[in-house]
Design a protein around this ligand. Sequence first.
Ligand SMILES: *[C@@H]1O[C@H](CO)[C@@H](O)[C@H](O)[C@H]1NC(C)=O
Ligand SMILES: *[C@@H]1O[C@H](CO)[C@@H](O)[C@H](O)[C@H]1NC(C)=O
Ligand SMILES: *[C@@H]1O[C@H](CO)[C@@H](O)[C@H](O)[C@H]1NC(C)=O
Ligand SMILES: *[C@@H]1O[C@H](CO)[C@@H](O)[C@H](O)[C@H]1NC(C)=O
Length: 308
Amino acid sequence: MARRRCTGWEALLRAALWQAILVLPWTSYAGTSKAASPLPKAVAPAVVSRAEDARLFRIYYGQGFKVVKNSWDGNSYLLMQNTSRMAIKTKYCTGRIKSFVVPLANYSVDTSASPVSFFELLGVLQNLQGITSDHVSSPCVLQSYANGHVQLVNRTDAQKLSQFSAHFVSNTDKDKGCNFAAYVPAEEDTPLQRAEWIKYLGTFTNSEERANAIYDAIKTNYLCLSKAAADLGTRFKPIVAWIEYTQGMWSFVKESYKLQYVTDAGAEIVDATITDKRFNISDPEDMDNLHAILCIGLMELSPSLSWF
Ligand SMILES: *[C@@H]1O[C@H](CO)[C@@H](O)[C@H](O)[C@H]1NC(C)=O
Ligand SMILES: *[C@@H]1O[C@H](CO)[C@@H](O)[C@H](O)[C@H]1NC(C)=O
Ligand SMILES: *[C@@H]1O[C@H](CO)[C@@H](O)[C@H](O)[C@H]1NC(C)=O
Ligand SMILES: *[C@@H]1O[C@H](CO)[C@@H](O)[C@H](O)[C@H]1NC(C)=O
């Protein structure tokens, strides 16, 4: 089986993020989960996360617990601090409310559909104990899998998956367990909305401070680059056709976050009357049409046309 590789920009982004993270002080974070008295009192965390850009989740904080509302699956997740009294007696698993004890002692991820990069950035991979596919780009996860710390679980085996404190799934149709938590950044519309889901994960691992810092670094960098692109003020923006090839067909990407990348980078998308078409490589007529569009684009659409 072919494994996915880190692409150049992913590696760069990761390196840049680590640079940003390493200079931040984590000392205050280390102190918050340790209680000095023998009967630990549940306290609200010192640092909270708030969804600023994401549309699909909200976080509320109480004494010894937090509530994460997920408007994609309509669920409220009650996250109880493991030091709180209610964590011992309370267990919710209704159609709309689920409870979890945090920080998660262990968790699994449906890696056949979700990437693990946010968990890696949060520094919580040591608690990842289950994956549903070994097609992951993270060398750390592959290493953990190779040495048996992480196990491969069939994604339909809800019984086996129920052994983890939480199982993160991005396909909510497959929600078969009380410990299943919907993790759906891909349902957001813009790149920043998607990136902010690191805060959602941070609530489950009490990593709010780190999640906030990572998101702030991503957002600052993203806005800085898109502002630089907007300030260029060229008369004709480059026109970009972002095309993909799957199963013998060329087509134009449609996902709104990808289109947003293009406009935020200071370019324009090819006209929608063109992007609705699909081209079958086995059909000579289709290929003629595709080449014709390329030529028209080069001559009439814009002084510069980039394909990637
Ligand atoms: C709560 O979680 C912390 C961090 O994982 C752990 O060190 C501690 O033992 C847990 N406490 C209880 C009562 O489970
Ligand atoms: C997972 O389990 C299902 C149902 O039990 C089975 O049909 C499928 O082949 C299993 N997949 C793998 C990869 O073992
Ligand atoms: C995960 O942690 C919970 C709570 O500590 C524990 O009961 C469970 O056995 C652990 N699961 C695995 C697969 O280690
Ligand atoms: C592409 O065209 C070939 C030949 O006409 C056909 O067999 C194939 O099904 C087409 N592929 C798709 C995805 O429509």
